[in-house]
Ligand binder design. Structure first.
Ligand SMILES: [Fe+2]
Ligand SMILES: [Fe+2]
Length: 447
C-alpha cells in the first residue's frame, strides 16, 4: 500500500483525516509528530509517499512553505495538499493544491485525489480486500455500529476465520473494546461494501465530538453543521437517551459560544455563506444571534431567558427532516408546499412533538417546552395559524418575530439587507400592537 503523510497538530483532526485517507484513498498514513519528524519521514520513505497533506501554518510557523522549500532543495517531487492560505509560489505549482477547510471531508478527499492523480475509477476499484481493516480504536467513537464488524483471532489468516465483533444494535462499551484490544485485536474488519458507511458514521461522530475551541472559524462552521445534523438524526431515531442528551448539550454549548464570538450579524453570515452552510444550520445560528440580541431590548427579560432561547433555537425544528420543511413558517407556505402526506403531517405537528421531547429532556430550562410548542404561533403546537391567540407568551412573540426576520436575512444571502422591505413585511405579518415594540427593537440589532 502506498503511503500518505499528514502534518496536522490537532490530534483529533489527525485521527479523523487519517481514517478517511485510509478508506477513501487506500493510502496508509505514516505516523509523524512535528515538522522535523515529518521531513525525516519524507527523506526516508519518499518513494512510498504518494501524497503529503499539511496545514499551511502551525502555531505561527509557515509549515507548508518550509516543507515545500525543503523538498525543492532535495529535488523531491511529491504532490502536496495545503490546508489554509498559502504563498503564490506554492499556489502556482502544478504539484500542489490548497483548500480552506479540511473538516469538509468530501472536498478534502476530492482534492487529495486531484493533486495525487488518483482517478475516481481507481478509488472505487481500489484493490480492496473483501474484509477491510481499520484500527480498532476507531470503534470507541461510536456507541453501536451501522453494519457488522469482524475480528480475526490473532494468528489466523483465512477468510473463514473472521468472527463477528459488534453487530448493529450491539452496544460498544469502552470496557468491551479495551478487552478485545488487550487480547490482540488491533484491527477490526468490515465487509468491503460496508466500509464507507461505517467510516461515515465514525467520522460524523468524531466531528461532533471535536473540541470546537481548537478550531478556526471556518472549521467551526463546517464541523458545526455536521454536529447539528448528527444530533438531529439521532433524536429522530432514538429520542431521549443519555447519548442523545449529551450530544445535544455539547452542540448547544458550541453554538452559544460561536454566536457570542460574532460581533455583527454580517460577519456571522459571511462565514456561514463562504462555508456553504445548509439552510437548517444557518437558520439555527442566525436565529440564535437575532433572538439573543432582540431579547436584550425587552424590559421584562432576565438572564434565564437567554438559556431558554438558545435551547429553543437548537431544538424547535429538531424533528424536521430537511431544509424544505424547515423553510416553511406560514399557512400560505404550508398550503403551497409540495410535500407528501406524511411530510405534511410531520410538519404540521413538529412544534408539538418537539415540545414533548423538550419536556422530558433532563434539566431543560423550565418552560422551554411552551416556547417550542408556540413557535409558529399556535397555542397547541399544531399547524401555522394566520391569527395569533392573545394567550401566546411574550417570549414566544419575540421568538416568532426573530424567526421571521432571520429568514429574510438568510434570503438576502450575501446581497444587501433591505431593511425597509423587511420591516414592512414584518408589520404585515404581525400587524397587532403587541408585536410593534418587538419589531421596533429589531432595528437596534447590529447588522
Ligand atoms: Fe424554525
Ligand atoms: Fe418550526
Amino acid at each position: 500500500m502506498a503511503s500518505i503523510l499528514l502534518v496536522e497538530n490537532n490530534k483529533e483532526l489527525e485521527k479523523l483525516y487519517n481514517l478517511n485517507f485510509r478508506v477513501y484513498l487506500g493510502l496508509d498514513p505514516l505516523p509523524t509528530s512535528g515538522l522535523e519528524a515529518a521531513f525525516d519521514q519524507i527523506l526516508k520513505e519518499n518513494n512510498k509517499i504518494k501524497l503529503i497533506v499539511t496545514k499551511a501554518e502551525i502555531e505561527g510557523q509557515k509549515v507548508a512553505q518550509t516543507l515545500y522549500e525543503k523538498m525543492k532543495n532535495e529535488n523531491l517531487k511529491i504532490p502536496l495538499l495545503v490546508i489554509g492560505e498559502t504563498e503564490k509560489e506554492i499556489e502556482s505549482d502544478s504539484l500542489t493544491l490548497s483548500m480552506s477547510v479540511g473538516v469538509d471531508l468530501k472536498t478534502l478527499i476530492r482534492n487529495c485525489a486531484q493533486v495525487a492523480n488518483i482517478t475516481a475509477a481507481e478509488m472505487v476499484g481500489l484493490d480492496v480486500p473483501n474484509y477491510f481493516p481499520i484500527p480498532s480504536h476507531y470503534l470507541g467513537n461510536i456507541k453501536s455500529p451501522i453494519c457488522r464488524t469482524f475480528f480475526l483471532e490473532p494468528g489466523a489468516d483465512n477468510e473463514e476465520e473472521y468472527q463477528t465483533l459488534f453487530s448493529p444494535g450491539d452496544e460498544i462499551t469502552d470496557e468491551k473494546l479495551k478487552n478485545y484490544i488487550s487480547m490482540g485485536v488491533q484491527e477490526v474488519f468490515i465487509q468491503k461494501n460496508d466500509r464507507l458507511k461505517l467510516v461515515n458514521q465514525i467520522s460524523n461522530e468524531m466531528i461532533s465530538e471535536l473540541s470546537f475551541e481548537k478550531l478556526n472559524a471556518n472549521e467551526r462552521a463546517v464541523a458545526g453543521e455536521v454536529q447539528v445534523n448528527t444530533v438531529h438524526d439521532k433524536f429522530r431515531e432514538m429520542g431521549i437517551t443519555k447519548e442523545t442528551v449529551n450530544s445535544a448539550k455539547k452542540a448547544m454549548r458550541d453554538i452559544a459560544k460561536d454566536v457570542k464570538k460574532n460581533k455583527t450579524l454580517k460577519s456571522m453570515l459571511k462565514n456561514l455563506l463562504s462555508n456553504k452552510a445548509s439552510y437548517l444550520y444557518k437558520h439555527i445560528q442566525v436565529l440564535s444571534y437575532v433572538s439573543l440580541h432582540l431579547i436584550k431590548h425587552a424590559d421584562w427579560a432576565k438572564k434565564e431567558h437567554e438559556e431558554k432561547l438558545m435551547f429553543a433555537c437548537f431544538f424547535h425544528d429538531i424533528l424536521l427532516k430537511n431544509d424544505e420543511q424547515a423553510k416553511i413558517c406560514t399557512k400560505d407556505e404550508f398550503d403551497k408546499a409540495d410535500l407528501t402526506y406524511e411530510g405534511k403531517e410531520t410538519l404540521k405537528h413538529h412544534a408539538l412533538r418537539a415540545s414533548e421531547l423538550a419536556r422530558v429532556f433532563p434539566k431543560a430550562p423550565a418552560g422551554v417546552d411552551l416556547l417550542i410548542r408556540q413557535h409558529h404561533g399556535a397555542l397547541n403546537g399544531v399547524g401555522f395559524p394566520d391569527n395569533f391567540s392573545p394567550n401566546l407568551s411574550p417570549l414566544s412573540l419575540n421568538f416568532m418575530v426573530a424567526e421571521a426576520y432571520t429568514d429574510k436575512v438568510i434570503e438576502a444571502g450575501d446581497g444587501k439587507i433591505h431593511k425597509p422591505l423587511i420591516f414592512s413585511y414584518l408589520n404585515r405579518r404581525f400587524p397587532t400592537n403587541r408585536f410593534k415594540k418587538i419589531i421596533d427593537a429589531l432595528d437596534k440589532i447590529i447588522l
